[in-house]
Design a protein around this ligand. Sequence first.
Ligand code: PMV
Length: 338
Amino acid sequence: MSTNSISKHSFGKVVWKSPSNIALIKYWGKKGNQIPLNPSLSMTLKNSHTITEFAWEKGEGLSFYFEGKEEISFKNKIENYLDSLPYPFLKDYHFTIKSKNTFPHSAGIASSASSMGALGLCLAPFMDNEQDSEFFKNASNLARLGSGSACRSVFGGMASWGDISSQYASPIENLHQNFKGMRNSILIVDRGVKEVSSRGGHALMNNHPCRQERPKQAYKNFKMLQEALINGDLEAFGRVVEQEALNLHGMMMTSTPSFILMKPKTLCLIEEIKSFRKKTGLNLYFTLDAGPNIHLLYPSAQEKEISDFVKGLGVEVTFDEMGDGPEQLSFVGEVCGR
Ligand code: PMV
């Protein structure tokens, strides 16, 4: 993939399409400048993207449009983000950003991961690096500074932010065939606004009684999941992923103040999923984000039987699956020198 270097361009435009992801090992709690308390690992989605058109010219300031409209609250966030980056030369440009999502609002899909992933990819060429591998590291680092989970979205398949002293994520190599094309069906239990933002949620870990213990458990789960992904062990995968989901919610329930983000329907559906699994022996597992909606995970080889069950649950479903990662849709630039 050609990524081009913008740093020598006085004006131009790049368009990136970046996917969202669903965390299997949850990043929860942070320190310093977006450094996580524990390693995390996620599956990149195929159908749920942010498409960001990013134009620059010599000047200053930012124009921001989301789905065709000027969006002041998003604009302020992006402005703060750009100001926070340690690259003073960015202040010599005026940026026009037009962004849209391929998935509806409140579809149970993290839009910060895809939107900050896309922005990181658009900004990465400013970092003056022609090598593709370095380009994606730079993009991942830039995405991380906007939203921690976004650093994993710039890679396809599965990606981990395994070394917490590292400033970027990396793709999972040697993924066993059993996990290729894994399905992710999202059961929409509630479309309401999130009761606690992820920024607020991470902050709850600062004085949490499990602040020391949670990272130890996440490390253990991270290692077990890595092994399962290489060995093709679907059952071990399911055990770890479900424990991580409930652990995340356990952390929130035992925070001060505490939050119960699951709804009664979430628990009913979890019961149904478990009894379907017991009855059929199929590898259907669940995870949860910081909200009430359920992300089902299952191998593509079992899609037929499982999707019949999913459709019969009587809830709204967003169907997605493992994707190949971001795509640069266009690049136009004028060379001039910084
Ligand atoms: O990237 P943030 O700051 O929105 O945090 C994401 C937190 C979780 O989605 C709950 C977990 C994760 O690893 O994605």
